[in-house]
Design a protein around this ligand. Structure first.
Ligand code: CS2
Ligand code: MN
Length: 358
């Protein structure tokens, strides 16, 4: 596995590359051009500049999270062809600078959703929390404001103001899109772009829906093993793969993460692993926790063992962390708890590896 760490760029991250470089094992960087609205082409010069900044700090940039998909593609409007054309151009530009994996999601309108971005835990740390009843009651028109209010002044990935301008219009459009239609539209998109991916050697890695069930009545299709299977079968190519996010899928206790890792990992379809733990209080209600198994509901040893058993050699990163030791950073993306997550994941991996050789 190749360890990485998500970074939001020089202007919008509280953590410098110099600090990331000192994390044990020196992880690679996962980043994006966060200011480019979904649907537009990423200019080669901007990718070049990002790559140079990362490399000047002695680090590597091979994974992009995310190149977001324009809603017209998800809805299946005639204008999708224009946006798909732009997506292909972006992929070609990324390939010129050695990008190997592109993470994306196919969630209608909103990216991840939480009811609290800084819930205080008994030990005084803060974490992101999800209570289904609270979330489903929020007026979708207001959720963008609520998320922004709790974001410590940082922009939130997937909540770019550009995308949220025309919420009413989008909700109207999605009335015609059920789960089957959304899957069909994903198929249309993948059939167009995967040949380009094969040509330029970039692997696509779809991120699960967070949480893995419908919110605000919008359809969601990246939620379970069965749904992931449908997605990889839309185009049968190793370039059509997954970002396996344990904390997202694991929020539904019916999803057995080690089993899902083994299943898709042995098919060579997991290109990017997001490792995070959550504590499920009751169905639909959970807090994000430290990565440690005993702090949450997921067995991180079993998850890492599954990756090891299938010979996982893709990219991996700790996902969200809590805010600890008084840090002020983007919710979920502080330095300390994620760095602890890396140390822990690396520790599990080394132990599993050496135990097998005894
Ligand atoms: C989130 C998402 O769980 C996560 O990793 O931070 O914003 C994620 O980056 C996107 O859904 C991927 O497209
Ligand atoms: Mn994730």
């Amino acid at each position: 596995m190749k360890m990485t760490f998500r970074w939001f760029g020089e202007k919008d991250d509280s953590i410098s590359l110099d600090k990331i470089r000192q994390i044990p094992g020196k992880p690679g960087i996962v980043s994006a051009l966060y200011d480019i609205p979904a649907g537009e082409v990423w200019p080669a010069e901007r990718i070049d500049a990002l790559k140079k900044t990362v490399e000047a700090a002695g680090l590597e940039l091979e994974v992009i999270e995310s190149v977001n998909i324009h809603d017209d593609i998800k809805i299946g409007l005639p204008s999708r062809d224009l946006y798909i054309g732009n997506y292909k151009e972006t992929l070609r530009n990324l390939a010129k600078f050695g990008i190997k994996v592109v993470c994306y999601n196919f969630m209608p309108v909103f990216d991840w959703t939480r009811s609290d971005l800084a819930k205080e835990l008994p030990d005084g740390s803060n974490t992101m929390s999800y209570e289904d009843e609270k979330v489903q009651k929020i007026d979708p028109d207001r959720i963008a404001e609520e998320m922004e209010a709790g974001s410590n002044g940082f922009s939130l990935p997937g909540w770019e103001p550009e995308r949220l301008k025309s919420l009413k219009y989008l909700f109207e459009q999605y009335k015609k899109v059920d789960e089957n239609k959304l899957l069909e539209n994903l198929g249309y998109f993948l059939r167009e772009i995967i040949p380009v991916c094969e040509e330029v050697d970039i692997k696509m890695a779809i991120h699960p829906d967070d949480p893995p069930w419908s919110v605000f009545g919008l359809p969601r299709i990246v939620t379970s093993k069965e749904k992931l299977e449908k997605i990889i079968n839309l185009v049968d190519s190793p370039y059509n793969g997954l970002t396996l996010c344990s904390g997202c899928l694991g929020a539904n206790p019916d999803n057995n993460i080690p089993d899902i890792v083994r299943y898709f990992g042995s098919k060579g379809r997991i290109h990017f692993a997001h490792v995070r733990n959550i504590k499920i209080h009751s169905r639909g209600n959970f807090d994000e926790t430290s990565h440690l198994t005993s702090d949450g509901s997921l067995d991180m040893f079993e998850i890492m063992k599954a990756y090891h058993d299938v010979g996982f050699d893709g990219y991996i990163r700790p996902d969200h962390g809590r805010m600890i030791w008084g840090e002020n950073a983007r919710p979920g993306y502080g330095l300390y708890d994620r760095a602890l997550g890396i140390a822990y994941i690396n520790g599990l991996w080394e132990a599993i590896d050496k135990m097998k050789k005894l």
